[in-house]
Design a protein around this ligand. Structure first.
Ligand code: NAD
Length: 503
């Protein structure tokens, strides 16, 4: 099979810096943290870089454990008034926050692309997706119904209410620096809980800009705070303090395990959105064009830095050669470059370690006999760029089938039977998402039920959004975000038995 070579030009240095300088909202790059309704500047600063060029584009306050303790105390002070507001009033504030996000979508998108690297069109989509969680939970907070239980005791009324759990903390990742905050904060605030966010150090600007807009929307002092700085130093007070009743984390399984273990000491309610290793299963009765389009989205959205990314693409032998050829042709069309360049499909990896992991997986697969296109073509681009690469004839002994990639490297493996592919798809400790492409309804029902994961796309690669319960099985996480279930992560049940009611 012959494949097209991809040519790329070097990105212009300074593009992100100049975009940031021309932002109408200069306060978005002021770099102070929001604690107790005050914008805190610190002499110690952490640098934010444009991952495409490595250039320093801003700096932000380096807060410490003392600051985090102040944030916890402020959250405690704000709790009673915030939980005391009518849900409709909290909803109105969340809706106003979402409107401000939409109004400032372009500035926010530029921030996201500048510090995270994703193409601007994807950043714009993230702002809308992120605002959608605030709007969803604004309404869902008004529907936090309790229940009345038919009594098993005479002259009694059994009543259950859903009440806010207390102060919530969020530790968020860099791949969706806006939406992973609003998905957590929307739910927490709608439930009546103050939230403290510790964003990823790679993407603090997006989080701080969200905090500016939250303040403008009327979220009171202490109810939503963003504290930036060293992850371990800032996490310690959150984990130790018994007043933090809920902890929501999105990131790697490795760090998730650590946080779960540390939360055990104060028995916090922990929700975890962790790593994925999604199987993408293609049966040979499918429409080739549709499945290739789906595979492109499932693999290359967010430049592959997506926990839903198709990490193991299993293709039934009858369509295998045709799929590989068509998929390779589609991959060859992808444009790699700076996210602020309009033609870019694939930006840099936000973290150098992710780019290195991609390269190690490619080298390992090729050494073990996989075939590849596009490898070693990233000369001229910075070290965080990974040229989209297709690996096929991949086998289960290769690193890429054992660990998450989190970059634009696609692994294709042939299979023969339904039983076999289900067993291979489930041979993973991860269980976030899966994909099934088939024209048979019966098979779609069977396979989607048997894949061990929290979310399945049948004949589609786009299934996320505020109404769906986002979350994983096995070591991909605990709890759900979005949907009505996302609200429950921040609520406790209160059962009250009214007895002796006879006249
Ligand atoms: P990471 O776990 O290193 O970082 C995530 C967050 O945890 C960041 O805010 C970071 O500063 C913080 N952190 C890191 N070490 C910490 C520690 N010892 N104590 C406290 N906080 C700490 O992960 P990453 O490399 O930034 O992100 C990539 C991983 O995240 C991937 O494996 C991906 O699958 C996963 N992820 C999952 C989802 C999901 O929804 N399930 C979404 C995005 C990313």
């Amino acid at each position: 099979m012959a494949f097209q070579t991809i040519h790329h030009k070097t990105s212009p240095v300074g593009v992100a810096a100049s975009h940031l300088q021309s932002l109408s909202r200069r306060d978005f790059v002021a770099g102070s943290a929001l604690i107790d309704g005050r914008w805190i500047a610190r002499e110690l600063r952490d640098v934010v870089v444009d991952p495409a060029t490595g250039e320093e584009i801003a700096d932000v306050a380096r807060c410490d454990a003392v600051d985090m303790n102040s944030a916890i105390a402020a959250a405690e002070r704000s709790f009673s008034a915030w939980r005391g507001l009518l849900p409709a009033k909290r909803g109105a504030i969340l809706r106003s926050w979402a409107s401000l996000m939409r109004e400032h979508s372009e500035e926010l998108s530029i921030l996201v692309t500048s510090e995270q690297g994703k193409p601007l069109a994807e950043a714009r989509h993230e702002i809308s997706y992120g605002a959608g969680f605030l709007e969803w939970f604004a309404a869902e907070g008004e529907r936090a119904y309790g229940e009345t239980i038919p009594s098993h005791k005479p002259d009694s009324l059994l009543h259950v209410r859903m009440l806010p759990i207390g102060i919530a903390a969020a530790i968020t990742p860099w791949n969706f620096p806006v939406a992973m905050i609003t998905r957590k904060a929307g739910a927490a605030l709608a439930a009546g809980c103050p939230m403290i966010v510790k964003p990823a150090p790679e993407t603090p600007l997006s989080a701080l800009a969200l905090a500016r807009l939250a303040e403008e929307a009327g979220v009171p002092a202490g109810a939503f705070q963003v504290v930036v700085g060293d992850p371990v130093e800032l996490a310690a007070p959150l984990l130790r303090d018994p007043r933090i009743r809920a902890l929501s984390f999105t990131g790697s399984t490795e760090v998730g395990r650590l946080l779960l273990e540390s939360s055990a000491k104060t028995v916090k309610k922990v929700s975890l959105e962790l790593g994925g290793h999604a199987p993408f299963i293609v049966f040979d009765d499918v429409d080739l064009d549709k499945v290739v389009k789906g595979a492109m989205v499932a693999k290359f959205a967010t430049s592959g830095q997506d926990c839903l990314a198709a990490n193991r693409i299993y293709v039934q032998r009858g369509i295998y050669d045709a799929f590989v050829k068509a998929f390779a042709a589609a991959i060859a069309q992808l444009k790699v470059g700076h996210g602020l360049e309009p033609a870019t499909d694939i930006g840099p990896m936000t973290k150098l370690s992710v780019a290195e992991k991609c390269r190690a997986q490619i080298d390992d697969a090729v050494t073990r006999g996989a075939r590849a296109t596009s490898a070693n073509q990233n000369a001229g681009l910075g070290p965080r760029f990974v040229v989209p690469t297709l690996l096929w004839d991949v086998t289960e002994d290769m690193l890429i089938t054992k660990e998450e990639t989190f970059g634009p490297v696609a692994a294709v493996l042939p299979f023969d039977t339904e039983e076999e592919v289900i067993a291979r798809a489930n041979a993973s400790e991860m269980g976030l998402a899966g994909y099934v492409y088939t024209d048979s309804l019966r098979r779609a029902l069977r396979v989607s039920e048997r894949i061990e994961c929290g979310m399945v796309g049948v004949n589609t690669a786009s299934f996320t959004g505020p109404p769906i319960p986002f979350g994983g099985w096995k070591q991909s996480g605990l709890g759900r975000e979005g949907s009505r279930h996302g609200l429950a992560e921040y609520m406790e049940m209160k059962y009250v038995c009214f007895g002796d009611l006879a006249a």
